[in-house]
Design a protein around this ligand. Structure first.
Ligand code: UD2
Ligand code: MN
Length: 583
């Protein structure tokens, strides 16, 4: 296994900050069992944040390790410099077994050196960039479940090789109950013999990636936490650009650019040159085009609404201030939204750092079976939506109605935390962070269900509020379209909140009793549904009131409106909007 390759320790002697390396080396062979048992967190702050009081002016230095870069330049071998590895026909025939259990071509991985070099595909501006000489030390947390040995170990080597040693406090591998028997013994042995500052912590039982990250974060002692997936490769000088924004503002969370390591041949390439992270209403992660200013300032860090999830750096104290991750999130999925929403809504910010690049193997398929616990992704999404997304959660339920019936567990603690931190509404996040700026990035408010006049096609009369106010009743009138000037207010919206209101006004159709004949009045829109929740059935043309289960009915002779039990045969219960949004 593993192309092996002698490790570039000889480079250490030439490193310009070599002394510190020695200084921080100790403790790398900690008593591991003690480590795992000792779940109490280390003191949260171990250093003086350099720019906190605004007194120190930042001194910038060139953090590149030119000795290492020169060594790397000379290397040759399969996959070096991020090139593709092509298997021989005989090997092609043997690759399936490893492919099946990993979701990527692990046989190719095994042919590549564990400390291979990548091509430097950074923006040219990154090559001359300098960063603060005072950067925090990091703990790198890497959860893994049945990761392939060579991809896991290559992740660690890439980090160690491409980072200034004095900035790495430790690398923590969290074994999330891997069942590959050989992985444990072989890994422990390899780590002990070869990997400086690295320790393996075992979760004890399958926790899923989110709680596994928490296990690692709890034993971490560095000033900054960096999370990585177990099949990554950090590129040249990736660390300083990631840390400087945090040194300047401890509430900034920084994400590297995530490059692609091809799952078939392990070639390394960019997925793009930057994007704003976002999502759709099924909570699929989306990448939106950069804003003009971000492009102009390239390769400076730019704000991004949502992280991809796996790879980011965050002040350790701040991570715990925000409660870490919701420990109720199971196995996989949703934690990237939880943390992103929490960061933005509760006073932090998130940036992508173009000069920090890390490759990641996006698998061809997920090789792990569901551990027999049903729709955990749905339950995770529901936890996040219920805790953080306020009324916008309805969009998710609209797309995925079955989430409504999922039991997502107790959310008391999560809601308490949101209260305690005094976090802003999701609407603020949507409008100011996620989809703001040149107003051209949808979705802002989701589309309304129906708009325009509401006409009874039999009597040919329209609903007309005559611009009345709160607590007032209203009825029917000749439609303005045919009787210019004769009507009053006949333009309505059935909004995405599911209330029914005159266009551009904040009074809503409100029904407060079940009895047949109950009138409809206007009332201040509260956005909480209840008495103001309507549903339009465009097939039967009925306007259904959810709470009372009655339908909007009319008496055309008297030009009156009131509620009655629904009856599809009744012409007086039929209503037609100008525009209906059928989704
Ligand atoms: C993406 C993220 C991943 C995470 C996930 C949503 C990137 C590059 N990847 O999916 O970090 O945010 O979306 O939750 O942004 N693992 C465990 N226990 C498990 C399952 C996974 O420890 O039960 C480990 C796994 O070995 C890996 C990490 O968790 O190191 C992420 O899992 P993945 O690689 O399957 O997720 P990915 O990249 O598809
Ligand atoms: Mn991954």
């Amino acid at each position: 296994l593993g192309g092996g390759g002698k490790l570039p320790r000889e480079g250490a002697a030439k490193r310009h900050l070599d002394d510190d390396f020695e200084q921080h080396e100790d403790g790398r062979h900690d008593d591991r069992s003690k480590m795992a048992a000792e779940m109490d967190r280390a003191p949260l702050r171990t250093y003086q944040r350099p720019y906190e009081d605004g007194k120190i002016e930042m001194k910038k230095i060139d953090w590149h390790d030119y000795y290492q870069i020169e060594q790397d330049r000379k290397r040759t071998g399969p996959g070096e410099h991020g090139t593709a590895v092509i298997l021989s026909p005989a090997e092609e025939g043997m690759k399936q077994e490893l492919y099946k259990v990993n979701g990527f071509n692990a046989l190719v991985s095994d042919k590549i050196s564990l400390n291979r070099t990548l091509s430097d595909i950074r923006h040219p501006g990154c090559k001359t960039k300098k960063y603060s000489d005072k950067l925090p030390q990091v703990s790198i947390v890497i959860p893994f479940h049945n990761e392939h040995f060579s991809t896991l170990v290559r992740t660690v080597w890439s980090v160690i090789k491409n980072s200034p040693p004095q900035l790495i406090k430790e690398v923590i591998l969290v074994d999330d109950d891997s069942s590959k028997g050989f992985l444990k013994a072989k890994l422990d042995e390899y780590v002990k013999k070869n990997l400086p500052k690295t320790k393996v912590v075992r979760a004890g039982k399958r926790e899923g990636l989110i709680r596994a990250r928490l296990v690692g974060a709890r034993v971490a002692t560095g000033d900054v936490l960096i999370f990585l997936d177990s099949h990554c490769e950090a590129n040249v000088n990736w660390l300083p650009p990631l840390l400087e924004p945090i040194a300047i503002n401890r509430k900034t969370v920084a994400c590297p650019f995530i490059d692609v390591i091809d799952y078939e041949n392990f070639a390394y390439r960019a997925q793009d040159e930057g994007a704003r992270g976002a999502f759709d209403w099924e909570l699929y992660y989306k990448r939106l085009p950069l804003l003009p200013d971000d492009l102009k300032n390239m390769p400076d860090p730019f704000k991004s609404p949502v992280m991809a999830g796996g790879l980011f750096a965050m002040d350790r104290e701040y991570f715990w201030e925000l409660g870490g991750y919701d420990p109720g999130l199971d196995v996989w999925g949703g934690e990237q939204y939880e943390l992103s929403f929490k960061i933005w809504q509760c006073g932090g910010e998130m940036v992508d750092t173009p000069c920090s690049r890390v490759g990641h193997i996006y698998r061809k398929f997920a090789p792990f079976p569901n551990p027999g616990i049903g729709d955990f992704v749905g339950r995770n999404y529901k936890r996040v939506a219920e805790t953080w997304m306020d009324e916008y959660k309805e969009f998710i339920y609209m797309r995925r109605p079955h989430y409504k019936n999922l039991d997502s567990g107790d959310l008391t603690e999560q809601k308490k935390l949101r209260d305690k931190l005094g976090c802003k509404p999701f609407k603020w996040f949507m409008e100011e962070i996620a989809f703001d700026q040149p107003k051209k990035y949808p979705p802002r408010e989701p589309p309304d269900f129906a708009t325009g006049e509401i006409r009874n096609p039999v009597s040919n009369l329209c609903i007309d509020t005559q611009f009345r106010g709160s607590n007032e009743r209203f009825g029917l009138a000749p439609c303005i379209k045919e009787h210019q000037g004769q009507g009053g207010e006949q333009h309505f919206i059935l909004t995405w909140h599911k209330d029914l209101r005159p266009f551009k006004r904040s009074v809503c159709f409100d029904v407060s009793a079940k009895q047949p004949g109950t009138p409809v009045i206007l009332f201040h829109c509260h956005g909480m549904q209840g008495n103001q929740q309507w549903k339009y059935n465009y097939r039967t043309m009925q306007l259904y009131h959810m709470v009372t289960k009655n339908c909007l009915d009319s008496n055309p002779e008297m030009q009156e409106l009131y509620m009655n039990p629904c009856d599809t045969q009744l012409a007086t219960q039929k209503w037609k909007f100008d525009h209906v949004n059928v989704t």
